[in-house]
Design a protein around this ligand. Structure first.
Ligand SMILES: NC(=O)c1ccc[n+]([C@@H]2O[C@H](COP(=O)([O-])OP(=O)(O)OC[C@H]3O[C@@H](n4cnc5c(N)ncnc54)[C@H](O)[C@@H]3O)[C@@H](O)[C@H]2O)c1
Length: 338
């Protein structure tokens, strides 16, 4: 298929572009590089044997999108382009509403105008808010606890409404749980700007000596060892799920939300110990107070995605840690040195 990948230069997008190329799909990347760096493109060329077709395009720019659609006959769009930091979204909610929601509206309008009606959308487990029980399936109540989460919820609803209004529109929203890890080559991975928001890149930076110690929020949760439990999924498994979703879109009626997780919870301390084994480094940590709004356990029931996509996770926590550490060791400053 000929696929437009919005936000394809980012962490999950870049891994998905490799998986798409390996399956013989033709990819055009549209990215404004607000949270990624053009040197990733050279890494993609090394991994796929071909320079990627990438354009500096902001998805809020209707004219730029129209020009892109006029120049290609895309079969489908994969939409990763969004701002994603929860804390930042609380400080700059309007930027998040503008980038994520306005960007999605502009993209949907451009798709409709070009008669491209197949979409795979990056959603998130954040749409479940503070879940009442685990494992979480797709019928669990939806809510949001911060502006970032609200944008994901609204974007899903917008896509659902477009599908209802136009029965020819086919969309899958992939609700990721906690993506971690990197390509096993060590050539592409997660390159956060500033202080990492997520646990795994933070652990990587502590292991590399860039940060003194990890802060663990709460050691008295009702979990296996008192620390919070989440559902970590290797980014290579996530990338494969996008390929499956793309190839199954044709059979989808309307808007289909699917959980992407391993279906198994791992505690912060379990992840930390697995990382220490994978890296051979000790990770100093300190347990501090719980954060407001955090919950003890979040993990997916991924059985719907397994059934409908014919996909399931293959890579365990050891592979997640090994690949994350290889990426960190080979690229201590992310893509800056390329
Ligand atoms: N990484 C996670 O933990 C996680 C979890 C759940 C959902 N998601 C969602 O998955 C998607 C990809 O996440 P990621 O971790 O790869 O993030 P990322 O920041 O690495 O990638 C997003 C990419 O989109 C680009 N972008 C942002 N706004 C844009 C715009 N207006 N126009 C064009 N390009 C734009 C950025 O430059 C970046 O390259 C996001 O939508 C995110 O909300 C991520």
């Amino acid at each position: 298929m000929h696929v437009l990948v919005c936000g394809g230069a980012g962490y999950i997008g870049s891994h998905t572009c490799v998986a798409l190329a390996e399956r013989g799909h033709r990819v055009v990347i549209a990215d404004n590089f607000s949270n990624s760096a053009p040197p990733v493109l050279e890494r993609l060329a090394r991994l796929t044997g071909q320079a990627p077709d990438a354009r500096r395009v902001d998805v809020r720019n209707a004219a730029a999108l129209a020009a892109l659609f006029a120049g290609h006959r895309f079969d489908a769009v994969i939409h990763f382009a969004a701002l994603k930091a929860v804390g930042e979204s609380c400080e700059r909610p309007l930027d998040y509403f503008d980038n994520n929601i306005s960007g999605t509206i502009t993209l949907l309008q451009a798709m409709r105008a070009a008669d491209v009606r197949r979409l795979v959308f990056s959603s998130s487990a954040t749409v479940y808010g503070e879940p009442q029980s685990v494992p979480i399936d797709e019928d669990a109540p939806l809510s949001s606890t911060n502006p970032y989460g609200r944008t994901k919820l609204v974007m899903e609803q917008l896509i659902g409404d477009v599908c209802t209004a136009d029965p020819g529109f086919q969309a899958i929203s992939l609700r990721y749980f906690n993506p971690v890890g990197a390509h096993p080559s060590g050539l592409i991975g997660e390159a956060p700007n500033g202080v990492p928001n997520n646990l795994m890149p933070y652990i990587c930076q502590v292991a590399a000596g860039k940060r003194e110690r990890l802060q663990i929020y709460g050691g008295d949760w009702p979990t296996v060892d008192g620390t919070g439990v989440r559902d970590y999924i290797h980014v290579m498994d996530l990338a494969q799920a996008h390929v499956h979703a793309l190839e199954k879109l044709d059979g989808v009626r309307g808007h289909l939300p699917l959980n992407l997780g391993a279906g198994r919870g791992i505690s912060v301390l379990e992840l930390l110990r697995a990382f220490e084994t994978a890296s051979g480094r000790e990770i100093p940590y300190r347990i501090v107070d719980r954060r407001v709004g955090d919950v003890a356990e979040v993990y997916a029931d991924p059985s719907r995605a397994e059934r409908l996509l014919g996909w399931r996770t293959q890579l365990d926590v050891d592979a997640m840690c090994r690949d994350a550490w290889r990426w960190q060791s080979m690229n201590p400053d992310g893509y800056a040195e390329t």
